[in-house]
Design a binder for this molecule. Sequence first.
Ligand SMILES: *Cc1c(COP(=O)(O)O)cnc(C)c1O
Length: 332
Amino acid sequence: MLSRFPRLRLGHLPTPFEPLPRLSAALGGPEIWVKRDDCTGLSTGGNKTRKLEFLMAEAVAQGADTVMTQGATQSNHARQTAAAAAKLGLACHLLLEDRTGSTDPNYTGNGNVLLDHLHGATTEARPGGVDMNAELEAAADKARADGRKVYAIPGGGSNPTGALGYVNCAFEMMVQINETGLVFDHLVHATGSAGTQAGLITGLKACNAGLPLLGFGVRAPKQVQEENVFKLACATAEKIGCSGVVTRSDVIANTDYVGAGYGIPTESGLEAIRLFAELEGLLLDPVYSAKGAAGLIDLIRKDRFSKGQRIIFLHTGGSAALFGYDKAFPAK
Ligand SMILES: *Cc1c(COP(=O)(O)O)cnc(C)c1O
Protein backbone atom coordinates (compact mmCIF):
# COMPACT_ATOMS: atom_id res chain seq x y z
CA MET A 1 0.00 0.00 0.00
CA LEU A 2 1.85 3.07 -1.25
CA SER A 3 -0.57 5.38 0.57
CA ARG A 4 1.42 4.56 3.73
CA PHE A 5 4.11 6.91 2.42
CA PRO A 6 3.76 10.70 2.39
CA ARG A 7 3.08 11.92 -1.15
CA LEU A 8 2.25 15.29 -2.72
CA ARG A 9 0.33 15.32 -6.01
CA LEU A 10 2.64 17.10 -8.47
CA GLY A 11 2.02 15.11 -11.66
CA HIS A 12 -0.90 14.70 -14.03
CA LEU A 13 -1.45 11.00 -13.40
CA PRO A 14 -2.18 8.49 -14.79
CA THR A 15 -0.17 9.38 -17.88
CA PRO A 16 -1.58 8.12 -21.21
CA PHE A 17 -0.80 4.63 -22.56
CA GLU A 18 -1.06 4.57 -26.35
CA PRO A 19 -0.16 2.51 -29.45
CA LEU A 20 2.36 3.86 -31.99
CA PRO A 21 0.98 2.43 -35.27
CA ARG A 22 3.05 4.48 -37.75
CA LEU A 23 6.36 3.82 -36.01
CA SER A 24 5.48 0.13 -35.64
CA ALA A 25 4.62 -0.15 -39.36
CA ALA A 26 7.78 1.69 -40.45
CA LEU A 27 9.99 -0.68 -38.46
CA GLY A 28 8.03 -3.77 -39.57
CA GLY A 29 8.47 -5.55 -36.24
CA PRO A 30 6.49 -5.73 -33.01
CA GLU A 31 3.53 -3.56 -32.09
CA ILE A 32 5.06 -0.65 -30.13
CA TRP A 33 3.13 1.14 -27.40
CA VAL A 34 4.23 4.17 -25.41
CA LYS A 35 3.71 5.01 -21.73
CA ARG A 36 3.67 8.82 -21.81
CA ASP A 37 5.71 9.88 -18.77
CA ASP A 38 6.78 12.83 -20.90
CA CYS A 39 3.26 14.05 -20.01
CA THR A 40 3.56 14.19 -16.21
CA GLY A 41 2.66 17.86 -16.50
CA LEU A 42 5.22 19.63 -14.34
CA SER A 43 7.29 22.15 -16.36
CA THR A 44 7.25 20.16 -19.67
CA GLY A 45 7.01 16.82 -17.83
CA GLY A 46 9.34 13.85 -17.43
CA ASN A 47 10.05 10.94 -15.14
CA LYS A 48 11.49 12.90 -12.19
CA THR A 49 8.02 14.27 -11.32
CA ARG A 50 6.88 10.86 -10.03
CA LYS A 51 9.92 10.60 -7.76
CA LEU A 52 9.47 14.17 -6.55
CA GLU A 53 5.91 13.42 -5.37
CA PHE A 54 7.45 11.27 -2.62
CA LEU A 55 10.71 13.22 -2.13
CA MET A 56 9.06 16.63 -1.77
CA ALA A 57 6.47 15.18 0.63
CA GLU A 58 9.38 14.05 2.81
CA ALA A 59 10.99 17.51 2.52
CA VAL A 60 7.77 19.22 3.63
CA ALA A 61 7.23 16.69 6.46
CA GLN A 62 10.75 17.48 7.74
CA GLY A 63 10.01 21.21 7.74
CA ALA A 64 12.51 22.08 4.98
CA ASP A 65 12.54 25.62 3.58
CA THR A 66 15.13 24.82 0.89
CA VAL A 67 15.70 21.88 -1.46
CA MET A 68 19.04 21.23 -3.10
CA THR A 69 20.01 18.73 -5.75
CA GLN A 70 22.64 18.10 -8.42
CA GLY A 71 22.83 16.97 -12.03
CA ALA A 72 24.39 17.71 -15.42
CA THR A 73 24.07 21.21 -16.90
CA GLN A 74 20.99 20.18 -18.93
CA SER A 75 19.54 18.07 -16.09
CA ASN A 76 15.82 17.33 -16.44
CA HIS A 77 15.83 16.33 -12.78
CA ALA A 78 17.15 19.75 -11.73
CA ARG A 79 14.43 21.49 -13.81
CA GLN A 80 11.58 19.39 -12.38
CA THR A 81 12.93 19.87 -8.84
CA ALA A 82 13.02 23.65 -9.41
CA ALA A 83 9.40 23.56 -10.64
CA ALA A 84 8.20 21.41 -7.72
CA ALA A 85 9.95 23.72 -5.23
CA ALA A 86 8.29 26.74 -6.86
CA LYS A 87 4.86 25.10 -6.63
CA LEU A 88 5.41 24.35 -2.93
CA GLY A 89 6.95 27.72 -2.02
CA LEU A 90 10.40 26.31 -1.17
CA ALA A 91 13.74 27.78 -2.19
CA CYS A 92 15.76 25.66 -4.64
CA HIS A 93 19.50 25.54 -5.21
CA LEU A 94 21.04 23.42 -7.98
CA LEU A 95 24.61 22.23 -8.53
CA LEU A 96 25.17 21.65 -12.25
CA GLU A 97 28.10 19.56 -13.48
CA ASP A 98 29.72 20.29 -16.84
CA ARG A 99 29.80 16.69 -18.07
CA THR A 100 30.06 17.43 -21.81
CA GLY A 101 32.50 20.37 -22.02
CA SER A 102 30.12 22.10 -24.48
CA THR A 103 30.53 25.88 -24.65
CA ASP A 104 27.49 26.35 -26.93
CA PRO A 105 25.47 29.16 -25.29
CA ASN A 106 22.27 27.20 -25.94
CA TYR A 107 23.70 24.23 -24.03
CA THR A 108 24.86 26.36 -21.12
CA GLY A 109 21.90 28.74 -20.95
CA ASN A 110 18.85 27.55 -22.91
CA GLY A 111 16.61 24.47 -22.47
CA ASN A 112 16.54 23.16 -18.92
CA VAL A 113 18.90 25.89 -17.63
CA LEU A 114 16.51 28.60 -18.83
CA LEU A 115 13.63 26.82 -17.06
CA ASP A 116 15.64 26.33 -13.81
CA HIS A 117 16.03 30.09 -13.61
CA LEU A 118 12.43 30.83 -14.65
CA HIS A 119 11.27 28.71 -11.69
CA GLY A 120 13.38 30.89 -9.41
CA ALA A 121 16.13 28.38 -8.64
CA THR A 122 19.72 29.47 -8.08
CA THR A 123 22.44 27.49 -9.84
CA GLU A 124 26.16 26.91 -9.35
CA ALA A 125 28.41 25.23 -11.92
CA ARG A 126 30.90 22.47 -11.19
CA PRO A 127 33.60 21.05 -13.48
CA GLY A 128 33.08 17.59 -14.99
CA GLY A 129 34.33 14.59 -13.04
CA VAL A 130 34.05 15.96 -9.50
CA ASP A 131 32.22 13.92 -6.83
CA MET A 132 28.83 15.62 -7.17
CA ASN A 133 27.21 13.93 -4.16
CA ALA A 134 30.11 15.16 -1.98
CA GLU A 135 29.71 18.66 -3.50
CA LEU A 136 25.99 18.53 -2.70
CA GLU A 137 26.62 17.51 0.92
CA ALA A 138 29.16 20.31 1.34
CA ALA A 139 26.83 22.92 -0.17
CA ALA A 140 23.93 21.69 1.99
CA ASP A 141 26.08 21.88 5.15
CA LYS A 142 27.10 25.42 4.25
CA ALA A 143 23.45 26.47 3.79
CA ARG A 144 22.52 24.80 7.10
CA ALA A 145 25.28 26.76 8.83
CA ASP A 146 23.58 29.89 7.41
CA GLY A 147 20.32 28.83 9.09
CA ARG A 148 18.51 27.18 6.16
CA LYS A 149 16.50 23.99 6.67
CA VAL A 150 17.84 22.00 3.74
CA TYR A 151 16.43 18.84 2.20
CA ALA A 152 19.10 17.38 -0.12
CA ILE A 153 17.95 15.18 -3.00
CA PRO A 154 20.53 12.84 -4.57
CA GLY A 155 21.24 13.05 -8.32
CA GLY A 156 18.22 11.96 -10.37
CA GLY A 157 16.13 11.68 -7.19
CA SER A 158 17.30 8.07 -7.03
CA ASN A 159 17.00 6.70 -3.51
CA PRO A 160 14.34 4.34 -2.10
CA THR A 161 11.96 7.27 -1.45
CA GLY A 162 12.23 8.57 -5.04
CA ALA A 163 11.97 5.05 -6.48
CA LEU A 164 8.50 4.75 -4.89
CA GLY A 165 7.37 6.98 -7.77
CA TYR A 166 8.20 4.18 -10.20
CA VAL A 167 6.70 1.46 -8.01
CA ASN A 168 3.58 3.59 -8.40
CA CYS A 169 4.10 3.79 -12.18
CA ALA A 170 4.35 -0.02 -12.40
CA PHE A 171 1.01 -0.38 -10.58
CA GLU A 172 -0.58 2.33 -12.74
CA MET A 173 0.62 0.65 -15.93
CA MET A 174 -0.65 -2.79 -14.87
CA VAL A 175 -4.17 -1.34 -14.56
CA GLN A 176 -3.88 0.24 -18.04
CA ILE A 177 -2.48 -2.97 -19.55
CA ASN A 178 -5.30 -5.05 -18.07
CA GLU A 179 -7.86 -2.61 -19.45
CA THR A 180 -6.58 -3.20 -23.02
CA GLY A 181 -7.18 -6.95 -22.71
CA LEU A 182 -3.89 -7.46 -24.58
CA VAL A 183 -0.69 -9.27 -23.67
CA PHE A 184 2.56 -7.28 -23.60
CA ASP A 185 5.95 -8.97 -23.96
CA HIS A 186 8.52 -6.41 -22.83
CA LEU A 187 8.92 -2.98 -21.25
CA VAL A 188 11.95 -0.87 -22.27
CA HIS A 189 13.25 2.57 -21.25
CA ALA A 190 16.38 4.68 -20.75
CA THR A 191 18.20 4.13 -17.44
CA GLY A 192 20.63 6.55 -15.76
CA SER A 193 20.69 7.20 -12.02
CA ALA A 194 18.76 3.90 -11.64
CA GLY A 195 15.64 5.02 -9.72
CA THR A 196 13.25 4.52 -12.62
CA GLN A 197 14.36 0.97 -13.39
CA ALA A 198 14.69 0.04 -9.71
CA GLY A 199 11.18 1.28 -8.86
CA LEU A 200 9.65 -0.36 -11.94
CA ILE A 201 11.24 -3.76 -11.34
CA THR A 202 10.22 -3.67 -7.68
CA GLY A 203 6.62 -2.79 -8.56
CA LEU A 204 6.42 -5.34 -11.40
CA LYS A 205 7.82 -8.15 -9.26
CA ALA A 206 5.72 -7.18 -6.23
CA CYS A 207 2.53 -7.71 -8.28
CA ASN A 208 3.91 -10.71 -10.21
CA ALA A 209 3.33 -8.88 -13.50
CA GLY A 210 5.28 -11.29 -15.71
CA LEU A 211 6.51 -8.34 -17.79
CA PRO A 212 10.29 -8.39 -18.42
CA LEU A 213 12.07 -5.04 -18.16
CA LEU A 214 15.08 -3.84 -20.15
CA GLY A 215 16.94 -0.62 -19.38
CA PHE A 216 19.10 1.09 -22.00
CA GLY A 217 22.07 2.74 -20.27
CA VAL A 218 23.18 6.31 -20.96
CA ARG A 219 26.38 6.53 -18.93
CA ALA A 220 27.79 3.68 -16.79
CA PRO A 221 29.12 0.32 -18.07
CA LYS A 222 26.63 -2.60 -18.00
CA GLN A 223 27.93 -4.30 -14.84
CA VAL A 224 27.99 -1.05 -12.83
CA GLN A 225 24.55 0.01 -14.07
CA GLU A 226 22.96 -3.35 -13.24
CA GLU A 227 24.55 -3.40 -9.76
CA ASN A 228 23.32 0.17 -9.09
CA VAL A 229 19.78 -0.75 -10.14
CA PHE A 230 19.80 -4.03 -8.22
CA LYS A 231 21.04 -2.42 -4.99
CA LEU A 232 18.41 0.31 -5.17
CA ALA A 233 15.67 -2.20 -6.10
CA CYS A 234 16.52 -4.32 -3.03
CA ALA A 235 16.36 -1.25 -0.77
CA THR A 236 13.07 -0.16 -2.37
CA ALA A 237 11.55 -3.63 -1.97
CA GLU A 238 12.55 -3.58 1.69
CA LYS A 239 10.94 -0.16 2.12
CA ILE A 240 7.58 -1.39 0.80
CA GLY A 241 7.76 -4.63 2.80
CA CYS A 242 8.60 -6.98 -0.10
CA SER A 243 12.21 -7.87 0.72
CA GLY A 244 13.66 -10.46 -1.64
CA VAL A 245 11.08 -9.99 -4.39
CA VAL A 246 13.73 -8.74 -6.88
CA THR A 247 16.54 -11.11 -7.90
CA ARG A 248 19.78 -10.13 -9.59
CA SER A 249 18.68 -11.78 -12.85
CA ASP A 250 15.60 -9.52 -13.06
CA VAL A 251 17.88 -6.52 -13.61
CA ILE A 252 19.07 -6.18 -17.20
CA ALA A 253 20.77 -3.13 -18.70
CA ASN A 254 21.97 -2.88 -22.29
CA THR A 255 24.70 -0.23 -22.56
CA ASP A 256 25.47 -0.66 -26.27
CA TYR A 257 23.89 2.70 -27.19
CA VAL A 258 25.77 5.10 -24.87
CA GLY A 259 28.14 6.20 -27.65
CA ALA A 260 30.99 8.58 -26.76
CA GLY A 261 29.55 9.34 -23.32
CA TYR A 262 26.84 10.91 -21.19
CA GLY A 263 25.14 13.84 -22.90
CA ILE A 264 26.95 13.34 -26.21
CA PRO A 265 24.46 12.66 -29.02
CA THR A 266 24.79 9.51 -31.14
CA GLU A 267 23.83 8.98 -34.80
CA SER A 268 21.37 6.25 -33.83
CA GLY A 269 19.84 8.51 -31.16
CA LEU A 270 19.41 11.37 -33.62
CA GLU A 271 17.74 8.98 -36.08
CA ALA A 272 15.38 7.87 -33.28
CA ILE A 273 14.50 11.51 -32.54
CA ARG A 274 13.62 12.09 -36.21
CA LEU A 275 11.58 8.87 -36.51
CA PHE A 276 9.51 9.55 -33.37
CA ALA A 277 9.01 13.20 -34.32
CA GLU A 278 8.09 12.58 -37.98
CA LEU A 279 6.03 9.41 -37.57
CA GLU A 280 4.27 9.94 -34.24
CA GLY A 281 4.58 13.63 -33.34
CA LEU A 282 6.57 12.71 -30.23
CA LEU A 283 9.63 14.55 -28.90
CA LEU A 284 12.54 12.54 -27.53
CA ASP A 285 15.73 14.02 -26.04
CA PRO A 286 19.32 13.32 -27.15
CA VAL A 287 20.64 12.45 -23.66
CA TYR A 288 18.21 9.77 -22.47
CA SER A 289 15.02 8.84 -24.30
CA ALA A 290 16.65 8.92 -27.77
CA LYS A 291 19.36 6.47 -26.69
CA GLY A 292 16.67 4.21 -25.21
CA ALA A 293 14.62 4.44 -28.40
CA ALA A 294 17.76 3.80 -30.50
CA GLY A 295 18.28 0.58 -28.56
CA LEU A 296 14.68 -0.48 -29.15
CA ILE A 297 14.90 0.29 -32.88
CA ASP A 298 18.20 -1.58 -33.28
CA LEU A 299 16.93 -4.67 -31.45
CA ILE A 300 13.83 -4.66 -33.70
CA ARG A 301 16.07 -4.47 -36.78
CA LYS A 302 18.15 -7.36 -35.38
CA ASP A 303 14.92 -9.34 -34.83
CA ARG A 304 15.47 -9.56 -31.06
CA PHE A 305 11.97 -8.05 -30.81
CA SER A 306 9.80 -9.36 -33.63
CA LYS A 307 6.41 -9.36 -35.34
CA GLY A 308 3.65 -10.74 -33.18
CA GLN A 309 5.13 -9.28 -30.02
CA ARG A 310 3.95 -6.18 -28.19
CA ILE A 311 6.58 -3.85 -26.64
CA ILE A 312 6.07 -0.87 -24.32
CA PHE A 313 8.46 2.08 -24.57
CA LEU A 314 8.37 4.15 -21.39
CA HIS A 315 8.87 7.72 -22.58
CA THR A 316 10.78 9.34 -19.71
CA GLY A 317 10.61 12.89 -21.15
CA GLY A 318 13.49 15.32 -21.59
CA SER A 319 12.30 17.36 -24.58
CA ALA A 320 13.35 20.65 -22.92
CA ALA A 321 16.98 19.57 -23.45
CA LEU A 322 16.42 19.67 -27.25
CA PHE A 323 16.85 23.45 -27.09
CA GLY A 324 20.34 22.98 -25.69
CA TYR A 325 21.22 20.70 -28.63
CA ASP A 326 19.79 22.61 -31.61
CA LYS A 327 23.09 22.34 -33.59
CA ALA A 328 22.53 18.56 -33.80
CA PHE A 329 19.46 19.20 -36.00
CA PRO A 330 20.34 21.20 -39.11
CA ALA A 331 17.26 22.11 -41.19
CA LYS A 332 16.57 19.82 -44.16
C1 LIG B 1 16.63 11.03 -15.53
C2 LIG B 1 16.12 10.60 -16.85
C3 LIG B 1 16.13 9.24 -17.24
C4 LIG B 1 16.74 8.17 -16.41
O1 LIG B 1 16.02 7.87 -15.24
P1 LIG B 1 16.83 7.37 -13.95
O2 LIG B 1 15.79 7.17 -12.93
O3 LIG B 1 17.81 8.46 -13.63
O4 LIG B 1 17.53 6.11 -14.31
C5 LIG B 1 15.58 8.89 -18.46
N1 LIG B 1 15.08 9.83 -19.27
C6 LIG B 1 15.05 11.13 -18.95
C7 LIG B 1 14.48 12.09 -19.94
C8 LIG B 1 15.57 11.57 -17.73
O5 LIG B 1 15.55 12.87 -17.43
